[in-house]
Design a protein around this ligand. Structure first.
Ligand SMILES: CC(C)(COP(=O)(O)OP(=O)(O)OC[C@H]1O[C@@H](n2cnc3c(N)ncnc32)[C@H](O)[C@@H]1OP(=O)(O)O)[C@@H](O)C(=O)NCCC(=O)NCCS
Length: 172
């Protein structure tokens, strides 16, 4: 791929995290579930990828590809008929890549309960129509939570890069 570049329509003016915040809701249907009537993990990962991409698109205003998804835990089972809520926002921009956090809850309308199902960190890279990487505008954290996520994202990037290097060395 070529060196990252910008074009006239993509100014690198910093944008606040709040402009990237994206929410998605899904009702779990029988074709999302396993024979025990519980949501399958792969379907939830698909929804997480979509919610994360929405935030990355909103922030970068460019096409994006998913470069990686960090470790994920599934904390509680989600049943057919439950309402799944996903909330995504850009935590930090590096250069052509950005870390997006996605948090998932399940709402059970019968019991009026809301429970945390999963959290995931995804890295998206902005590209043009030919697949060239593009620089992404910096993100401005404003709230205390956004500032914490911004700081933590740098630590996670270091871990990710070390792990990528380790895997590359194993493949050689
Ligand atoms: C992701 C992709 C664009 C990276 O391209 P590349 O030429 O290998 O990238 P580079 O090594 O120059 O890195 C470019 C940026 O991506 C980041 N990156 C690359 N691999 C990464 C990974 N595994 N995890 C997190 N970030 C990653 C780099 O840190 C760098 O970020 P920066 O510009 O903000 O510093 C390329 O590997 C690709 O197109 N992958 C396929 C994406 C795809 O199809 N996704 C859908 C999956 S089905």
């Amino acid at each position: 791929m070529n060196d990252p570049h910008t074009n006239d329509s993509n100014e690198l003016t910093p944008r606040p995290v709040r402009e990237s915040v994206s929410e998605m809701a899904e009702i779990v249907m029988p074709n999302d579930a396993n024979p025990l009537n519980a949501l399958v993990g792969g379907r939830l990962m698909h929804w997480i990828d979509l919610a994360g991409a929405m935030a990355a698109h909103r922030h970068s205003r460019q096409r994006v590809v998913t470069a990686s998804i960090d470790h994920m835990d599934f904390l509680v089972p989600v049943r057919v008929g439950d309402l799944v809520i996903l909330r995504a926002s850009v935590n930090r921009v590096f250069h052509t890549s950005m870390e997006v956090g996605v948090k998932v809850w399940v709402e059970n309308y019968r019991s009026n309960e809301k429970r945390h199902v999963s959290s995931a960190y995804l890295t998206f890279v902005a590209i043009d129509e030919k697949g060239n990487k593009l620089a992404v505008p910096p993100v401005i954290p404003e709230t205390a939570d956004e500032k914490r996520r911004y700081e933590d994202a740098a630590r996670r990037r270091d871990i990710r890069r070390a792990e990528t290097e380790r895997r590359r060395a194993v493949r050689r």
